[in-house]
Design a protein around this ligand. Structure first.
Ligand SMILES: NC(=O)c1ccc[n+]([C@@H]2O[C@H](COP(=O)([O-])OP(=O)(O)OC[C@H]3O[C@@H](n4cnc5c(N)ncnc54)[C@H](OP(=O)(O)O)[C@@H]3O)[C@@H](O)[C@H]2O)c1
Length: 252
């Protein structure tokens, strides 16, 4: 068994080779309902993807060096960010789990750290603010996390994504899969590099045939001054779900 062929074509034709020489390739991906909700009321985790698109997502993870979520998702969903649905996954590369956690709210008992301690998961990297509490730093480092201090952005919308990508590039992460949640997705839609170009290269959205309702958590693009310009590459039917894959056009 191997990764769905369309993933190779979507993830291996960089439209922005010059940018990718200086930062990781960034794939933004998430699952949403027909009414564009990624979680239920109050952030309740929903399993929107069916087994076929879930497997596709895990294959996609094997094709990236890093997988990133925000602390909201880490606390709410306690994810493992591994490739467990892929058959014989131990022979394939697993991405580095990466968390954006300015104030180090991640508990040392989370699955990412207990899996690392049990040698069933890779060592998580946490990006935090220089003003994160020292006691929490000690706890998380003791539990195995590697911490990176980066600046927060001036408008108070979290950590500086460009600064994080610089560190990841320096550490050899050539491709990054961003899986959520809501605030992180908005930040990646809005983020631009120092020359004003988008920092997302590919967008892969799974649409599940279900409605969540107005109380659910939706994806908001309101942080972005300009929306992204997309080049549609593929639409795939996976079981009951539709997976739409686009690349971002550099001059948006
Ligand atoms: N359907 C899907 O595909 C999918 C995937 C993942 C998650 N989800 C859902 O998404 C929800 C969680 O979303 P969320 O918005 O609460 O949390 P989130 O986006 O996972 O994390 C947001 C937090 O990350 C930190 N952060 C640091 N730098 C940031 C930056 N530049 N931009 C944005 N955040 C930054 C902030 O922490 P501080 O608050 O500590 O400053 C922020 O509050 C859950 O309901 C989860 O189930 C759905």
């Amino acid at each position: 068994m191997s990764a769905p062929g369309f993933l190779h074509s979507v993830l291996t034709q960089p439209l922005q080779p010059s940018q990718c020489a200086r930062r990781p390739w960034v794939t933004l991906t998430y699952a949403q309902s027909l009414d564009a909700r990624i979680a239920g009321a109050g952030g309740k985790q929903l399993i929107l993807s069916g087994k076929e698109s879930m497997l596709m997502t895990h294959w996609m993870r094997t094709m990236h060096d890093g997988i990133l979520v925000g602390i909201g998702t880490a606390l709410n969903d306690n994810p493992q960010l591994n490739t467990r649905h892929v058959p014989n996954n131990t022979s394939l590369p697993a991405p580095r789990p990466i968390i954006l956690d300015p104030y180090l709210r991640l508990p040392p008992t989370c699955k990412l750290l207990t899996n690392y301690a049990a040698r069933t998961g890779r060592r998580p990297w946490i990006f935090c603010s220089p003003s994160a509490p020292p006691a929490q730093r000690t706890l998380l480092e003791k539990a195995g996390a590697v911490l990176f201090d980066i600046p927060t952005v001036l408008n108070g919308n979290g950590l500086d994504i460009q600064a994080m990508l610089d560190v990841l590039h320096e550490k050899g992460i050539k491709s990054l899969m961003v899986e959520g949640g809501q605030r992180v997705i908005s930040s990646f839609y809005a983020a631009r590099d120092t020359e004003g170009r988008p920092i997302v290269d590919a967008l892969i959205v799974t649409v599940a045939p279900t409605l969540v309702g107005a109380a659910g958590v939706g994806v908001a693009l309101d942080g972005a001054e300009k929306t992204l310009t997309l080049k549609h590459l593929r639409t795939e039917i996976m079981g009951k779900d539709t997976v739409v894959a686009c690349q971002v056009v550099a001059d948006a």
